[in-house]
Design a protein around this ligand. Sequence first.
Ligand code: C2E
Ligand code: MG
Ligand code: MG
Length: 742
Amino acid sequence: MNLKRRSTDSIQLRAEAQTRFSHSTSSALTSTDEAALRHELLVYQIELEMQNDELQKAHTKMEEARDRYVDLYEFAPVGYLTISRQGLISEINLTGSTLLGIERKKLVKRRFAQFIAPEDRERWHRMFLGIMAEEEAEIQSFEFVMVRFNGSSFYALIDCQRKDAIGEQPTLRVTLADIHKLKESEAELRIAAVAFEAQEGMMVTDAHNTILRVNEAFIKITGYAPEEVIGKNPQILGSGLQDSAFYTAMWEQLGQQGIWSGEIWNKRKNGEIYPESLSITTVKNRHGDITNYVASFADITLSKSAANEIQHLAFNDPLTNLPNRRFLMDRLEHELASSTRTGHKGALLFLDLDNFKVLNDTMGHNIGDLLLKLVAERLITCVRDCDTVARLGGDEFVILLEGLGEHLLEAASQADAVASKILMTLSQPYLLEGHEHNSSASIGVTLIDENKLHIEELLKQADIAMYQAKQSGRSSIRFFDQQMQENISARVKLEEELRRALINKDLVLHYQFQTHLGQVTGAEALVRWQHPQQGIVYPVEFIALAEETGLILPLGAWVLEAACAQLKAWKLSNLTRDLLLSINVSARQFFQPDFVAQVACTLQRYDVNPNLIKFELTEGVLIKSIEETIATMTTLKAMGIKFSLDDFGTGYSSLQYLKRLPLDQLKIDKSFVHDITIDHRDRAVVRTIIGMAESLGLEVIAEGVETEGQKLCLLNIGCSNFQGYLFGKPMQISEFETMLKS
Ligand code: C2E
Ligand code: MG
Ligand code: MG
């Protein structure tokens, strides 16, 4: 405006100057006039030029502004269109044409509706007519699916406004925006929202593990309302069944891998503990910092019990409900590993019913099945909880015994005992739908130890042994290993005979001198078995068996009794009145709850002076239960009985516990005495034992002294109590007394 006025001003000025000039030329001008005029003209000229310059600048600015406008218009983030009353595109910016995927010049005069997806076209028309009919209508927004020239489509947001210009038909101004991305993330949000409200319980916490959000399923599973947990730590759900190590490992994995999944026990609001399968995922920001944890979990109480059911079906025999072959294989594998680890043996018993087929064929399968069920029930009663009774199929059963003794023979006899019990139990009559039925079985046994590494092989061995059992007549037991079979048979026989020997009193005590500096101070009572066929049987043959079978208890009682009877008899002679009698007491005997009472009673019955009795215990006994040992020993000692630690040096005695035992004597084992004259190490051991005994205030005696040399050597080191063949073998009482007299 200002600019305009100034330019009109200058035109006027110039005109005035010219008029004045023509006036001056028409009349005679004075030279001063002329000079003034020229000066004025010059001024005007300069002024004009300045004005021209300004105009130029203004023009450039206007052009720049226009360019800027054009840029803004053409490259705006949205498309701008003008649509005529007829619905034709009359104007469109570059963005618009790019959105529609076609050159601008080809767009002009095209029908806009052509770019609206067919399904939305009707809506467009209605809206177009509506807006065009109404003057001064507000801007209206619509979403349409638009179709590009190449046929591809996109979501568009369209803002429309009618424009009126005087004397012209109204047009429609349209802005067009591609909202495809927006729509996509909207869809994702919708999915996320639906997913969040899915079957699984969901919980979102912040980086500090404070609960921010939970879903419906969470509420349903845990029983907590959102307001009861939001803002709290998820520990509120803890059952306490997982230890802190569990959580430490979980957080460690979450930190490292960003995800954790597993099964966990949690607690509902009502206190009920339930299993859930849980996965936790970390959410991180652009910088990699954890911002949230998202936990999703499912209550698997039902699926767990279903899984248990499936497990049961997969691992159990449906008829008897016993474990099936698969389960057995699993246990066997486990047992092999544990036998290798612990050294404890196991045994596999293969059992087959005798004549089952006959029963099945004559009485029918139902009766057969019934018998199998009853057999299964009885089998279970014959084993411990840690053992496994499985049915392989038909009338074949397998019994797996675990954690038997560490020695093969011991394990074999334990397995044999179980097998015998099974045969006995199964041989009791059965009642099958009113009919009494008698059945028997054959059992094959193989032992499991670390040397047998294949379970299939074990089963085969037991099967072969079972077959041999059948061959040898029904209702019998066979071991796979021939040697084992012989050993076990011999043992079984021995056990029976020993039992009989105890009843028939086929036992006898032999006596061996114990001396001090050439004087007999006493004797050790050593038991012998007078076998009707084999003659004298020595303790090495039967003491271990007696211990395992428990026969040591009646045997030990008999020895004590016989020894007391002898002491009573010795009272009658000056020669024997003061003799001390050593009696061997085994572990099982010593730990009987009524051992002390038994001893007291026997001593009283024979009116024996307890001071004349010495009990020989072995280290193995004492170490079993040191407190109990001390208590029992102390009581007996108070009665006057003495104690000697037998076979000393072969066990694990530590000074520590020796010190605590109320002992009187250490008995140096004969194995150290045997080579004492030639082996300096044995000599060193004996010297140490003697030193130890001295420091503990105990007496020492050496057993197994056979030669003068051994005796001298022992005397030199400081031992003066002896027992051994040099002074006399263990002998019958008559012989012992005769020797004593001489
Ligand atoms: P032990 O108590 O160490 O008995 C010593 C064993 O060494 C006896 O064997 C004896 O005959 C033998 N012996 C004695 N002097 C000599 C010798 O100079 N040289 C050699 N080489 N051996 C000698 P035995 O009588 O066969 O007894 C063996 C083991 O049986 C005993 O060892 C003892 O542990 C056990 N035993 C014997 N009688 C009984 C008993 O009545 N009750 C219990 N629980 N165990 C007994
Ligand atoms: Mg002894
Ligand atoms: Mg001994």
